[in-house]
Design a protein. Sequence first.
Lengths: 289, 166
Amino acid sequence: MKQQYKAYFSAITVPSGLITQTRTKIARERSRAASPLKVSRYALAAAFCALFLLAASILPRLSDFMQISDNSSVSPVPSATESVVSTPPVSDSTIKINELGKLSDSPSVGSGPDINRVEAWTFQDFCKLLGFDPLPAEIPEGLTLASPDTRDISFHDDRRVDFYNTWYVLYTDGQTENSKSISVHINPSFIPYWSVPRAYQLQGEVQLDDVDALLHFGETSEINGTKVTIWHKSSGTVWNYGAGAFGETLDVTDYYCADFEYRNVGFTVAAQNGVTQEEFITVLESIIK
Amino acid sequence: MNQKSLRTDDDVNGVMDRYADMIYKVALSQTKNTANAEDIFQEVFLRYLRSSQSFESEEHRKAWLIRVTVNCSKKLWSSAWFRHTVPLEESIPFAEKEDSDLFSAVSRLPTKYRLVIHLYYYEDLSARQISYALRIKESTVTSRLCRARALLRELLKGEYGYETTI
């Protein structure tokens, strides 16, 4: 069947006109980019913001100048819509929760090169590599560890662990997509790359290239001196990193996720289906000691 | 913000020479329609032109192109225009009836199965390479392949003896 399928598709050729059309479009795009009159939408947005801020700062003074005595008739300066909800600090922590947007279908960034060095490791081996135990000391009641003791770890030739292979630990009260669960992804060679799809979710439509910028979307919280980006979605679709079909889209309620780097190790912690904000923060605080 | 620089002609042309066939056929396998496949083809190369993504290996570049093609296809399906139109499933000429049956069976598979079947059967990618390209677990790829084969077996049952050869 494979041969038959292959033979069938081999007989199809890319229309030559399509290549020419694409080259023409590329040339057009190139000349558009080279045009000195081009003003990017970012520049327009920046100019608009600057005008808005200027107006916001001038208007109250103008009102004073005109000695408007009836304060009740003066409209307050409109403030930008708050997308970040601040909650009172917990111990040494300042918590800021970023609301996730709708799931975008923008492409996600690539993972590591083709890796051929693979070894079966125990979690103890992994802890030895990190130099510490990365697991949370506190887990919400009712959740139990449901992860294998060993897993295949892939390496680059220089023994760096490939970032495509995080150690993944799951605490759950079941094995279905609706189970209450907390997952911890630990990666010693890369700042959590799951942030990137989440940034797509946040933005809806983002160009995929600027990974560094994407990683720093969102307000950062501080937990015991470590910067943490926390995301929340009350209901909707997210990438599933918990129980059930891993890495696929999933409809959730009350989804929390945090990305951070602690002791040179990348972490992504996700909680879904009933883990409260307090429980989630407690878990984070028990990792970032 | 600095204006992004575009990739060079040499770069884009080289990629087009190497991957035009792959991108067109992945798009065709996903959309089952040449006009949509052509739109996706152009969009993928425009995205590549604008992209400043650096690639660690040719494997990485190929995986990126597959992912962008798949995402462009998904974008097409989710567009309001596409949702309100009836997809045109073209009658592609086949040399043999068996080809026609096979293509018809594959095109009836759900998209996620059709994709792994195409990458595995036509692009000769391994389950690991597919998982790398699509950013899904290798076990998910193998389970989709198994499921896709089982569905194909079901769809082709009675047509001719595919029971053990799929």
